[in-house]
Design a protein around this ligand. Structure first.
Ligand code: COA
Length: 176
């Protein structure tokens, strides 16, 4: 990790003779519908897409919310959900994913803020999540956004017919 800022990067590139231009992009943040699932194939394998479809379905019963962010050309660049049933009194963020090439630009932070807004909208004041023990970059981001470690748990999810992946996760929480 370095203390290099985007301004420092721009100054470095300018010093190397590159021209640096800025572009402001309006991004759309909205609920995922069934018709969007085909556009989210980049976010995971078939089991993940099945989980996304189930999450859309559970959204009709208000058990979950699933949000996506799109670029102005309608390309989907981020997706993530909240489960309101997993931990009573909290909204559990999960399946957070920013498309390759769009990471480290602040999109994940925008996605998490939008999901936290959904939790507040349900009258809940606590957001939780779990992060794999070997994903320090994601954990650092959550810490920067105000999440604190609350424990460790075994987690797992299907990765194919009759196959599951098991892992150790840190649980984290934030008061909204
Ligand atoms: C984890 C993940 C969702 C975060 O999304 P992201 O868009 O990369 O997150 P952000 O850009 O908001 O913040 C992350 C980084 O960008 C930096 N950043 C934030 N806003 C920024 C901005 N405006 N300009 C430049 N950098 C910025 C942060 O400091 C952070 O730095 P890092 O690259 O050293 O980690 C995404 O990287 C991802 O999909 N990773 C793969 C899947 C995964 O690990 N999912 C999480 C499972 S728990």
């Amino acid at each position: 990790m370095t203390d290099q800022t985007p301004d420092d990067d721009a100054a470095d590139q300018s010093a190397r003779g590159c021209s640096v231009v800025s572009l402001q992009l309006p991004l759309t943040v909205r609920d995922v519908g069934p018709e969007d699932l085909v556009d989210l194939e980049w976010s995971g394998g078939p089991s993940h897409l099945t989980a996304l479809a189930e999450t859309v379905q559970r959204g009709y019963a208000e058990e979950t919310a699933l949000i996506m962010i799109s670029a102005p050309n309608q390309v989907s660049i981020a997706v993530g959900g909240v489960d309101f049933t997993r931990r009573p009194g909290s909204g559990e963020l999960w399946m957070l994913s920013v498309r390759g090439g769009w990471q480290s630009l602040g999109i994940g932070s925008i996605l998490i803020a939008a999901l936290e807004e959904r939790i507040r909208g349900r009258g809940l004041l606590r957001a939780t999540l779990s992060v794999e023990h070997d994903n320090p970059r994601a954990e650092a981001l959550y810490r920067r956004l105000g999440y604190l470690r609350t424990g460790t748990e075994l987690d797992g999810w299907p990765i194919g017919p009759g196959r599951s992946y098991a892992t150790v996760c840190f649980t984290m929480a934030k008061t909204l």
